[in-house]
Design a protein around this ligand. Sequence first.
Ligand code: ADP
Ligand code: ASP
Ligand code: MG
Length: 429
Amino acid sequence: MGLVVQKYGGSSVADAEGIKRVAKRIVEAKKNGHQVVVVVSAMGDTTDELIDLAEQVSPMPAGREFDMLLTAGERISMALLAMAIKNLGHEAQSFTGSQAGVITDSVHNKARIIDVTPGRIRTALDEGNIAIVAGFQGVSQDKKDITTLGRGGSDTTAVALAAALNAEVCEIYTDVDGVFTADPRVVKKARKIDWISSEDMLELAASGSKVLLHRCVEYARRYDIPIHVRSSFSGLPGTWVSNEKPEKPESQGDQQVEHAIISGVAHDVSEAKITVVGVPDKPGEAAVIFRAIADAEINIDMIVQNVSAASTGLTDISFTLPKSEGRKAIDALEKAKGGIGFESLRYDDQIGKISLVGAGMKTNPGVTASFFQALSDAGVNIELISTSEIRISVVTRQDDVPGAVRAVHSAFGLDSDSDEAVVYGGTGR
Ligand code: ADP
Ligand code: ASP
Ligand code: MG
């Protein structure tokens, strides 16, 4: 029996009962002979509540203090979980990200892990403990400040520890039975996927399927760590995510299936759209705009430039970015206005993105047409489009997203005809 890393998300430890339930599950793994490292998220919606609190105090809090605040959420759950395990008669020790050796760069609120030195975790395990690690946080290599890894970052902590400790599997416990063909909160007829390639999962995660964070999948792919996404509320096998398809996935028996054309439909309502109106249509303008955005350390997603009106020689450039970075982006562009020379800025946070993902798309030319037909049949207006080899995404009005997701899911024959997808907990926030 080897070492397993188990990660429990906020909905799994939302209250004292949840913490006790999870503690029992962890103890089971230990009793089965595993060395167990647990990564835990903040309880329920604690992180959102801390963010709301910070915003009431300051509209643009300093990154360092913001991170210090947010890491408090995970410290609460790690200590309570260790107490609950001890109460069951087993040894457990909790560690902050910094104590667990999670070393990051110094970009506050979305730091990247650059090294993991889990010496104290190893020692704790060797002494027979269950090690509980606070997810989503680390310490910066140069300044030794506390950092956070971006929303949903506990998934990344788990995979990074699994890689550093050479774990046999990284189990991600959440409030649904695995990765589905769409968000079960939106599509009741979504189907659970038994196995999905890291490549497809990466694309789903990057397109907004928050069941796994894309950085976590990226990390797992690089270090070849198999992930098992499953519910902490049921005993059912979940979804395996790995680079190579296992010979016989646990839940699949002898059945051999071809790689699906479509893996799933993802949606994302966490982005906003900025339109830079009246940009002179000459070389170098886009470079100045996106340099200003990059210097503010803002990641952007889709970009569209309109054809310029011949009479004015002016064009509009639109791009999407996380809503949480909207204010910073507007500030950066206003500051750079003199050097760019645009007319005005438009900010729209009522958008949503719908993406269809699947490696089989490359070789099936009809997919794009069927996707747009489904959106048209559902009466959904498209504002932006972007494509990759294995994905098509569109931006629509946010209110249109649920209907659009269901329409596309049905149109590609993904609806299940049996069980309704179960959501065991969480608020979907
Ligand atoms: P946790 O608190 O465990 O980290 P998250 O809320 O981050 O949980 O992620 C689980 C949620 O992800 C589910 O409750 C579900 O609403 C959402 N989700 C989005 N897309 C998918 C998908 N394709 N499959 C499963 N869940 C999905
Ligand atoms: N608590 C953090 C968040 O809500 C990290 C996580 O849950 O993974 O984003
Ligand atoms: Mg999560």
